[in-house]
Design a protein around this ligand. Structure first.
Ligand code: CTP
Length: 407
């Protein structure tokens, strides 16, 4: 699986955004190169400052060769006399990754005795800090106090993660996954127009077991729903994703409830719905489940005369949500069809009491299960209907939330 597919953070719309990346002297410094590359893939412009400690591990040339511009190395090495003020004037986000105990202490104390601490002190925009250090250093009361100070002042903390660190010790102190740091940067760069909204997204297929070795399901991979959950979270919403069995990845800041069957999904979604401002049911829920054979695996010799399986109807989760929708709540459904898409959208929109429905053909190239693109028709409760061109699913997701804001 390609990284784009696994991460789904291939969102565009960041052209013209500028990120300043501070890298300090940690063994994890090399992972900042991956962060740099990902941000450049989002079309951000990235400048960087490498502390003296970082330069013992990695050279400025490496960052320059990968596309960071400019790369600052020291207070008095900058060709620009006012380099210590430059990120504060031009960058939209400052991210320090990895951040040692030393830089965290400097940021907490407001010191400005090197290029990075100076630039941070002169930076009034969103500041993201991803610590990396030995667990004993992280647990030290001095670091705990410094960290609490930063969070209290509105710095955005990512990690640290738990696990083994370079010296062989185990505990909290590992640099967070680059995926999560990257997500936090994109969130800080995105419009905050869904802030204050609680949004539920269901995604992926459901799996209906017949015996312990066999189930009934569908080819949904959860990409569209993952893009929807991510886009809403990037735009400031509090998001809960109820996910069927899929391997797509979501950032730490998003709550994910994993389920397998339609009935499990109904239970999870039903518990969450009363507290939500909006829900988008993107999951490909199995409408039927096989009547279970039992706890024991079915052996093929038992079916020498062929096999027929009885199916039972599953609950329609979206129908239930629509029936219990309270004033002010917004409900979005999906529809997967092989024919008569527009007619079916109108019927489902009304039958399930939806505010918006998004439909696509599953038998058309560039659309439907497992693709990175989708070609959808959207219809709202006011009777408006629009066909969108084939777009990346990230873009479809972004536009759906744009519409939600107008419903
Ligand atoms: N859905 C649901 N529970 C089900 C079936 C579908 O919540 N048991 C939701 C899907 O998540 C989607 C919408 O209903 O948002 C439409 O799903 P779709 O499979 O296109 O249609 P169905 O309502 O199942 O009808 P049909 O399969 O007959 O087209």
């Amino acid at each position: 699986m390609s990284r784009d597919r696994a991460d789904n953070l291939c969102f565009t719309g960041y052209l013209g955004k500028r990120v300043h990346l501070g890298v300090t002297g940690s063994v994890a410094a090399y992972r900042a190169l991956d962060l740099l590359r990902r941000l450049l893939e989002n079309n951000c412009a990235v400048s960087a400052t490498l502390t003296r400690g970082c330069q013992r591990f990695l050279s400025a040339l490496l960052f320059e060769a990968l596309g960071a511009d400019p790369v600052y190395t020291g207070m008095f090495d900058s060709p620009d006399r006012l380099g210590h003020l430059e990120p504060g004037k031009n960058a939209d986000v400052l991210v320090v990754a990895p951040a040692t105990a030393d830089i965290i202490a400097k940021l907490a104390a407001g010191l400005a005795d090197d290029m990075l601490s100076c630039q941070a002190l002169a930076f009034s925009g969103p500041k993201i800090v991803a610590p990396a250090m030995n667990p004993a250093m992280w647990e030290n009361p001095a670091t705990r106090e410094n960290w609490a100070k930063l969070l209290g002042r509105g710095f955005i903390g990512v990690g640290p993660a738990c696990g083994g660190v370079a010296c062989g010790d185990k505990g909290a102190g590992r640099l967070a996954e680059v995926f999560d740091i990257h997500a936090a940067v994109l969130r800080a760069l995105s419009p905050n127009d869904l802030a204050g909204k609680k949004i539920l997204v269901s995604l992926g297929p459901t799996r209906e077991h017949w015996d312990p070795a066999r189930f009934w399901s569908n080819p949904s991979t959860g990409i569209m729903g993952t893009c929807l959950a991510l886009a809403a979270w990037l735009r400031g919403a509090e998001v809960v994703a109820v996910a069927g069995p899929v391997d797509t990845r979501l950032p730490e800041g998003l709550k994910v409830v994993r389920v397998a069957s339609a009935r499990e999904m109904l239970e999870a979604v039903g518990d969450l719905w009363p507290d939500m401002d909006a829900a988008c049911m993107c999951a490909a829920v199995a409408d039927f489940r096989p009547k279970p054979f039992g706890r024991k695996k079915f052996k093929k010799k038992e079916a020498q005369a062929g096999l027929s399986i009885e199916f039972l109807p599953n609950p329609d989760i979206l129908l239930d949500l629509g029936a219990s929708k309270r004033p002010g709540q917004r409900l979005i459904g999906f529809a997967a069809e092989t024919s008569s898409l527009n007619a079916s959208l109108k019927t489902k929109l009304k039958a399930k009491n939806l505010d918006l429905i998004v439909g696509n053909y599953i038998n058309v190239k560039g659309s439907g299960f497992g693709t990175m693109t989708n070609k959808v028709v959207v219809a709202d409760a006011a009777g408006r209907i629009e066909q969108w061109p084939e777009l990346p699913k990230t873009e479809v997701a972004w536009r759906i939330w744009d519409l939600l804001l107008q419903l």
